[in-house]
Design a binder for this molecule. Structure first.
Ligand SMILES: Cc1cc2nc3c(=O)[nH]c(=O)nc-3n(C[C@H](O)[C@H](O)[C@H](O)COP(=O)(O)OP(=O)(O)OC[C@H]3O[C@@H](n4cnc5c(N)ncnc54)[C@H](O)[C@@H]3O)c2cc1C
Length: 398
C-alpha cells in the first residue's frame, strides 16, 4: 500500500487555478497522485468564489501577453468543459459602451485589440443597436462581444475536483489544511508533514508570502483591492438584460463598475476597486495589522498612492456612499434610482505590485527548482484557468 502521506505532486490552493492545474496534470498522468491543500473549508473560498462570474472574451489584453493568449484559449476550453460536464453557464454576450464622444478613441483601441487578439464576432454598433440589445442604456457607440458569457465558477471547481478523483481516487483534497512551510522533501501543514518533491503554489492573496516561505524570488508584493457589489432590486431588475460594461480607464487593470446578469438570474453591479486593509477581509471596515503593516512598509505601495491620489480617494468615497456608486452606474443607465440597487457582497483581488509602484499587468508564473509559483493571476485568470494550467505544466517540464 502506498504511503498515505506521499504524493507525486502537491498543489497549494483550491481556487480555480490550483484545481485546473490538478485536472490537467491528472489527465496527463492518470497514475500519479496529487495532494491538494486548501486552508479553508470549501473550494473557491476567496477570489474564485467572490468574482463577477464572467467568461471574458480576451478583447482587452495586450496582444501577445499571457493574458491575451491564455484568456482566448482558456475561454474556449472552459466553455467546452462546461458543456461536457454540465457546469451552469451561458454565452450571452456583452456590450462595452461609450457614453460620450470623448470615449470613442479608447473604445476604438479596444476594438482593434480585439481584432489583433482574434476575438470572434466583435462588432461596433451605434445608439439604435445598443437600445435593441439593452433598452435602458444611453450610449453613443459600443462594441458588441458575442463570445462573452457567465458561469458558476464554484460549480466549475467542484466538477474539476470530481474529475480528478474519478481519474485517480488516490489523489486527495485536504480541506482546512494550511501549508505552513516548504522543504525539499515536502510540505509542512497544519495537519502534519506530506512528502512530495513537485509543488505548484496557487495561493492567490497569499502567493507572495508562500513564495517567500519557499525561498523563491518574487520581486513583487500582493496588494488587495476590494470590490463591492450591489444588486438590482425587483424594481430595477428589468433594466438589464445581459452584461454591460463601461469603457475602462487604460491606466488601471480593472474594468470599471459594470452590470452582470449572474447564472442564478440576479443582476449585480460593480465591482469598484478600493485598497484593502485586509487581504481576505470582505467588509468595508475589515482590518488586519499584519496585512496593513506589510503593505505600508513596502515602497511600491507608497509610490502607487502618490501616483494616483485622487483616484484612490474617489474610490474610497464611493465605497462608503451608495449615492456615488449609483452615480457611476447612472453614466450607463441614467434612469437607475436609489431604490433600484442594494448592497450584496464583495471580493478582494490579489494584484501584484512591483517596487516601482506599478501594478503588474500580466500574469506572472515563476519556477524555483521543482516548484512553480503563480504570483500574479488576477482577472481574467478564472476564464483562462485551463490554459494557465497548460502553461504551468509546460514551465514545470511536466
Ligand atoms: C471581485 C473580483 C471579480 C473578478 N471577476 C472575474 C471574472 O468575472 N472573470 C474572471 O475570469 N476572473 C475574475 N476575477 C479574477 C479571478 O477570480 C481570479 O483571477 C481567480 O479566481 C484566481 O484564482 P486562484 O486560484 O489563483 O486564487 P484564489 O481563488 O484566491 O485561490 C487561492 C486559494 O489558495 C488558498 N491558500 C492560500 N494560502 C494557502 C495556504 N498557506 N495553505 C492552503 N491553502 C492556501 C486560499 O484559501 C484560496 O482558496 C475576479 C476577481 C475578483 C476578486
Amino acid at each position: 500500500m502506498q504511503d498515505e502521506k506521499a504524493f507525486d505532486l502537491a498543489i497549494i490552493g483550491a481556487g480555480v487555478v490550483g484545481l485546473a492545474t490538478a485536472y490537467k496534470y491528472q489527465l496527463k498522468y492518470p497514475k500519479h497522485t496529487i495532494a491538494i491543500f486548501e486552508k479553508e473549508a470549501h473550494l473557491g473560498a476567496h477570489q474564485t468564489g467572490r468574482n463577477s462570474g464572467v467568461i471574458h472574451s480576451g478583447i482587452y489584453y495586450k496582444p501577445g501577453s499571457y493574458k491575451a493568449l491564455t484568456c482566448t484559449n482558456g475561454r474556449k476550453q472552459l466553455v467546452a468543459f462546461a458543456q461536457e460536464h454540465g457546469v451552469k453557464h451561458d454565452v450571452c454576450g456583452k456590450i462595452i459602451v461609450a457614453t460620450h464622444a470623448d470615449e470613442i478613441p479608447q473604445l476604438d483601441k479596444i476594438y482593434q485589440r480585439g481584432i489583433e487578439n482574434g476575438i470572434e464576432g466583435i462588432e461596433l454598433i451605434g445608439p439604435e443597436a445598443i437600445k435593441a440589445i439593452e433598452p435602458f442604456v444611453e450610449g453613443v457607440q459600443a462594441i458588441r462581444v458575442a463570445v462573452t458569457g457567465i458561469i458558476d465558477y464554484v460549480g466549475f471547481c467542484e466538477k474539476l475536483m470530481q474529475q480528478v478523483a474519478k481519474i485517480n481516487p488516490e489523489s486527495k483534497l485536504f480541506l482546512n489544511t494550511k501549508v505552513t512551510h516548504s522543504t525539499a522533501q515536502g510540505l509542512q501543514t497544519s495537519k502534519g508533514f506530506y512528502k512530495t518533491t513537485k509543488k505548484v503554489f496557487c495561493a492567490g492573496l497569499q502567493s507572495d508570502r508562500m513564495a517567500k516561505k519557499d525561498g523563491a524570488k518574487a520581486d513583487m508584493a500582493i496588494v488587495g483591492f476590494r470590490g463591492d457589489y450591489y444588486e438590482l432590486t425587483p424594481a430595477g431588475h428589468h433594466k438589464v438584460k445581459h452584461l454591460i460594461y463601461p469603457v475602462p480607464d487604460p491606466e488601471f487593470p480593472f474594468l470599471g463598475v459594470h452590470f452582470t446578469r449572474m447564472t442564478d438570474g440576479s443582476v449585480e453591479c460593480g465591482p469598484n476597486a478600493v485598497f484593502s486593509f485586509k487581504r481576505e477581509g470582505y467588509s468595508k471596515t475589515a482590518f488586519s495589522w499584519r496585512d496593513t503593516w506589510e503593505a505600508l512598509t513596502y515602497r511600491g505601495t507608497w509610490k502607487l498612492f502618490f501616483k494616483h491620489p485622487a483616484k484612490g480617494l474617489d474610490e474610497y468615497k464611493r465605497a462608503f456612499s451608495k449615492r456615488l456608486f449609483l452615480k457611476a452606474l447612472q453614466k450607463i443607465i441614467p434612469s437607475l434610482t436609489m431604490e433600484d440597487i442594494q448592497p450584496v457582497r464583495s471580493g478582494v483581488r490579489a494584484q501584484a505590485l512591483n517596487p516601482k509602484g506599478e501594478l503588474v499587468d500580466d500574469f506572472k508564473i515563476v519556477k524555483k527548482e521543482e516548484a512553480i509559483h503563480v504570483l500574479n493571476a488576477p482577472s481574467p485568470a478564472a476564464t483562462a484557468s485551463l490554459a494557465i494550467a497548460d502553461e504551468i505544466l509546460k514551465k514545470a517540464g511536466l
